[in-house]
Ligand binder design. Structure first.
Ligand code: B12
Length: 384
């Protein structure tokens, strides 16, 4: 069986916006075949550890320039230990801001390696690729000896355990709970799908203080190559202990989702989440990413920039989606777009809903309306 690609999480610490170096490192790793889940900048140690566990990565790479690196890196190491996840390595750099003495302290306290200014990128790539074969340094490492596997975060299943089920594509026995309401969100690249999802999640968590959300997110990749899985970098509200998020690369599968998507959905539907959101990669005119019954509600996110009215005849998903969101409703031509899309939907004689949103805006009423539609749909979880 082909070995799965090496997965690494990268991020920049809290109160630090120096993301230029990590963007360079990310690109080199992707070219070398690594799947990089990029969490973005200004991220807490807790966010990094939660994300690393949910994404089942082999290591966390941190780029730090604004000081406090000794404390920050060590906090990440300690939090991983507390979660029974010391097999996840920690490494990073920060140009000239991390001194040799600091690095010595950091490695003594469990950091695997610090790279200094002037390090050739190839040296970094070789070190990271070594994680595929290097044994975890911690004695607590291992797939079954981890006590947190038995501790329950989502109704008896911890993030760590769920994360490994997703890696192994192992469907757990279904418990008696109702299946999560499952929403599929698709649309062309750059339409604002991720921001929209984050705003939906923000509202949902606030309105349902004990409910839990799962997000299955896709980014494109070519078979056998690395990938940048960057949806987490846009998420703010979704960095919450009640949200489980997993990023998948498509590995060349056309149509918006990955070969593992069906099985991953089966797994997530067997866990007591209340809301499950599937985000596709940016799709083209011909894609219909959600097979019948896999989601309870399918949402197509468009922008007013679809071109001439005739283009609307060619978007297959317009005929299939239950809800059409026209995002970026603040740009020129947005009203015309809503009218034109409305006309097109009327020719289909289905009861499709159309919602205009400005997902990036604070408290946008369009997103409120979308959440209402989400809550109105019946939560059968679709058929797995
Ligand atoms: C570019 C830069 C900026 C840009 C950032 C652009 C961006 N989007 O990243 C701008 C102009 C916006 C900026 C702003 C600021 N900056 Co500035 N900035 C720098 C600068 C000049 C270069 C950093 C850089 O990107 N280098 C390029 C990388 C590729 O090379 P490198 O650093 O040598 O990294 C190597 C290795 O360390 C390794 N590496 C690095 N990270 C990682 C991560 C991993 C996982 C791995 C494996 C390897 C690795 O890879 C490289 C390979 O050779 C440094 C000074 C310097 N020369 O380092 C100051 C510097 C970091 N900035 C500094 C400061 C003070 C600021 C500001 C606070 C200034 C202000 N008062 O507003 C703001 C803060 C911004 C913020 N929000 O955090 C200080 C920090 C001082 C400190 N820590 O004590 C520095 C050191 C300048 C100085 N001497 O005063 N900055």
């Amino acid at each position: 069986m082909k070995k799965p690609p090496l997965r690494i999480l990268t991020a920049v610490p809290i109160c630090d916006g120096h993301d230029s170096a990590i963007n360079t490192v990310n690109l080199e790793l992707i070219h070398a075949g690594v799947e990089v889940i990029y969490l973005g900048y200004h991220r807490s140690a807790r966010d990094m550890v939660r994300a690393a566990i949910q994404e089942d990565v082999r290591a966390i790479g941190i780029s730090s320039y604004n000081g406090g690196h000794v404390e920050f890196f060590v906090e990440v190491v300690e939090l991983l230990k507390k979660q029974g996840a010391s097999d996840i390595g920690v490494f990073g750099g920060g140009g000239g801001t991390i001194s040799l003495n600091d690095a010595k302290q950091m490695t003594r306290k469990g950091v695997d390696k610090i790279f200094f200014a002037g390090t050739p990128l190839q040296e970094i790539v070789e070190f990271v690729l070594g994680y595929a074969t290097r044994r975890p340094t911690s004695q607590t490492a291992g797939r079954t000896s981890d006590s947190s596997l038995r501790r329950g975060a989502a109704g008896g299943v911890s993030d760590r355990a769920l994360s490994r089920m997703l890696s192994d594509l192992q469907v757990p026995p279904r418990t008696g709970h109702s299946r999560p309401r499952t929403i599929g969100i698709t649309g062309p690249g750059g339409a604002g799908k991720t921001t929209l999802i984050d705003e939906l999640v923000r509202r949902y968590l606030k309105a349902h203080p004990t409910s839990r959300v799962a997000i299955l997110s896709h980014d494109p990749s070519i078979l056998g190559k690395g990938a940048l899985l960057g949806d987490r970098a846009t998420m703010i509200a979704s960095q919450d202990d009640r949200v489980f998020m997993r990023s998948l690369a498509t590995h060349g599968t056309a149509g918006g989702v990955a070969a593992e998507t069906k099985r991953s959905l089966e797994i997530l539907k067997a866990i007591p989440f209340d809301l499950l959101i599937v985000e596709t990669v940016g799709i083209g005119q011909e894609s219909v990413p959600f097979v019948r019954g896999s989601v309870d509600l399918s949402v197509l996110v468009m922008t007013p920039g679809y071109g001439a009215r005739l283009q609307l005849q060619k978007i297959v998903m317009l005929e299939v989606a239950d809800v059409i969101v026209v995002n970026k409703g603040d740009v020129a031509g947005a009203k015309t777009a809503v009218n034109e899309i409305g006309d097109r939907l009327r020719t289909l004689h289905r009861e499709q809903q159309i919602v205009a949103t400005v997902a990036k805006a604070h408290l946008d009423p369009g997103v409120d309306r979308l959440l209402e539609l989400v809550m109105q749909c019946e939560g059968s979880g679709g058929r797995p």
